[in-house]
Design a protein around this ligand. Structure first.
Ligand SMILES: [Fe+2]
Length: 162
């Protein structure tokens, strides 16, 4: 039986889209796990806010997955190239978690800018998708920055069972 779906690695654009897909899955999991774990009396709506971020990451992953398949690629996920800080959980402390999330959002903005630049002349749909997600990443990054500013010096561990 012939596998009709080509493997990724056929083009720099597909490679970047798969890397972005991997990052979105990891971000989705991190936000979701944090929303289930964090306890923050100063910000009662923090779990719900984190869950909204998780939903945004899942939406991005679905959009990327669809586009990769439309381009003839295979939506494979790998975390091998992720920075160690990308695996920081909220159990390391809320501030450290939020800083690592902010870094991940900044990385995502760079990644989507690169995808948009790469696709701008040859693939308008992918370029438009990257621009759309880039805008949402910028909003997420700003929200995380606002949270960090709000928390200020209250650097306590805010994880259940901590
Ligand atoms: Fe995203």
């Amino acid at each position: 039986m012939t596998d009709k779906i080509p493997f990724t690695g056929k083009s720099p654009l597909l490679d970047r889209l798969c890397a972005a897909l991997s990052a979105e899955w990891l971000a989705y999991y991190r936000y979701w796990a944090a929303s289930r774990t964090v306890v923050c009396p100063q910000f009662i709506d923090l779990p719900a806010s984190l869950l909204r971020h998780a939903a945004g990451k899942l939406r991005h992953a679905k959009l990327l997955c669809r586009r990769i398949i439309e381009l003839g690629g295979r939506p494979e996920v790998s975390f091998a190239d992720m920075r160690p800080a990308s695996f920081t959980s909220v159990c390391h402390g809320l501030e450290q978690f939020l800083k690592s999330i902010r870094m991940a959002e900044e990385d995502a903005m760079i990644r989507y800018q690169e995808i948009a630049d790469l696709a701008r002349k040859s693939d308008k749909r992918t370029c438009s998708l990257a621009d759309e997600i880039l805008l949402e990443e910028a909003r997420s990054e700003q929200h995380i920055q606002d949270l960090l500013y709000s928390i200020g010096p209250r650097r306590r561990r805010l994880c259940r069972n901590a």
